[in-house]
Design a protein around this ligand. Structure first.
Ligand code: SAH
Length: 240
């Protein structure tokens, strides 16, 4: 793997709209602080410049309570309430990079996200795919995420308060599926909602979890292990 050859840190960030520009933050939430995190992602092996660009402009602090804002650009998961966490930036970058890796052959037009949580990964994905469908099982988290995403003026996202084990059949088939919650085993329903050539990336397991990537082929499924991770469990049903 090679590091990005261009130095985009010399360039101003490519804000997708004025709302992004208005929420770039100061001090511990400034562009400088965010760029330090992006440099770390590059050091950890993230090479996709489009993914790095998207993460460079998404204000992660806007998805956290104010008290947690000063830690927004640490490469760690942080609490968002209801026993859940905002995903660790390197994990968001790794999953997104893998999801988009074959986009020239197979563009990511329709993507399903399971576990909206804070909405942070949702914002990153919304900048990179045509249409995003995001499912969350905890109502107050979903409402808070929707409000944060609305402030960024993102309009290519549909939300669903539901149990993501079942995917979202009325919006299927998808080019990609990404899950931020870990089931014990791969829910077969999700593979069924994937197009041929489509990609699914999700953590599997309980105490010991591995991140897997699956590519649906004409004859079956190609599986890749992307390393050890720690996600919240994928739970059954909905909480209102
Ligand atoms: N990417 C999110 C991660 C949030 S943590 C972020 O960066 O904020 C994972 C989320 O998955 C939690 O909000 C949790 O409520 C949700 N979740 C767990 N099981 C689920 C299920 N069966 N269906 C939908 N969402 C689920």
């Amino acid at each position: 793997m090679h590091r990005p050859s261009f130095d985009f840190f010399d360039q101003p960030p490519l804000y997708p709209n004025e709302a992004f520009k208005a929420q770039q933050g100061l001090g511990m939430t400034s562009q400088r602080t965010r760029d330090r995190l992006i440099r770390r992602l590059i050091d950890l092996g993230i090479t996709d410049e489009t993914v790095l660009q998207a993460m460079r402009v998404v204000p992660r602090h806007a998805f956290l309570d104010e008290a947690m804002g000063s830690r927004a650009y640490e490469d760690t998961a942080l609490p968002i309430g209801y026993g859940q966490t905002i995903s660790q930036p390197i994990v968001v970058a790794t999953m997104t990079q893998w999801l988009l890796a074959d986009r020239e052959q197979h563009p990511m037009q329709r993507v399903l996200e399971i576990g909206t949580g804070s909405g942070y990964q949702t914002a990153v994905l919304a900048l990179l795919v045509k249409q995003l469908f995001s499912v969350e099982r905890i109502a107050p988290l979903l409402f808070k995420a929707q409000a944060a995403l609305q402030k960024l003026d993102l309009h290519n996202i549909e939300f669903n308060l539901n149990d993501g084990h079942w995917g979202w059949s009325s919006r299927a088939p998808f080019d990609g599926i990404i899950s931020a919650a870990a089931p014990d085993k791969l829910p077969e329903e999700l593979l069924g909602q994937l197009k041929e050539g489509g990609r699914l990336v999700m953590p599997i397991g309980q105490q010991e979890q591995l991140l897997y990537g699956y590519i649906k082929t004409s004859t079956g499924v190609k599986e890749t292990c992307l390393g050890e991770v720690l996600f919240v469990p994928m739970k059954q049903g909905v909480e209102v």
